[in-house]
Design a protein around this ligand. Structure first.
Ligand code: GDP
Length: 199
């Protein structure tokens, strides 16, 4: 079996502001998604480490940029989960601004992983992220996770519908089905992401 480069990921720190991130050199990937979409679970399964990203629902914990280096020059960045109901509008606006600035200015950013619940894709936050992707010309992989909750036919229908919408929203973005529970799509995602990070 091929070695999984993401296994080397480890927690470095949580940043409240962009100037707390590591120096903007080397290469990194950012994981974004609405709260509860399954972002932490996706990070954990891609990195093959159960407890790497916290699958916690506490907003204080998720409203940070969490830095997971793989080595000295390659990193994963877990962007704050978006849309948690109890987060006040002011804080929401703050994170919208932080994410916007990060996506526009971060030179080491090689690509964005947009995690969406396959049963509820392309909500307002996701569309906003795709607008950034389109405007900034970033690579973007949409992981339609919890695909284990769909039948094969439903999965095919969802992926077809999402790909069609992506053509209009952000034609460079791609989408695939994913399941942290049964491992569906995990190898495929790792291959794409390793290509962006190390290619
Ligand atoms: P986050 O808020 O986006 O980081 O979401 P989490 O990773 O914490 O997941 C939210 C909930 O969805 C948890 O109860 C997970 O166990 C569940 N979940 C995450 N991924 C999957 C998946 O692929 N399949 C299923 N069935 N449940 C999942």
């Amino acid at each position: 079996m091929q070695k999984n480069p993401f296994r080397a990921a480890h927690y470095l720190r949580s940043a409240h502001r962009l100037d707390q991130l590591p120096a903007d050199a080397g290469a990194e990937l950012a994981f974004a998604g609405r709260s509860n979409a399954g972002k932490s679970s996706a990070l954990n399964v891609i990195c093959d480490q159960q407890g790497l990203a916290r699958t916690s629902k506490t907003p204080g914990r998720t409203q940070q940029l969490v830095v997971f280096p793989l080595d000295e020059t390659h990193r994963l960045i877990d962007l704050p989960g978006y849309g948690y109901a109890k987060v006040p509008e002011k804080l929401r606006a703050h994170w919208r601004e932080v994410i916007d600035t990060y996506l526009r200015t971060r030179e080491s950013l090689r690509g964005i992983v947009l995690v969406m619940d396959a049963r509820h894709p392309l909500k307002e936050f996701d569309r906003m992220m795709l607008e950034f992707v389109e405007a900034t010309g970033r690579e973007c992989l949409c992981l339609l996770t919890k695909s284990d909750k769909l039948s094969r036919g439903e999965g095919l229908r969802v992926i077809g519908a999402v790909r069609k919408e992506l053509k209009a929203l952000a034609p460079s973005a791609t989408a695939q089905l994913f399941s942290s529970l049964n491992g569906g799509g995990v190898d495929e995602a790792r291959t794409t992401l390793a290509g962006w990070l190390f290619g």
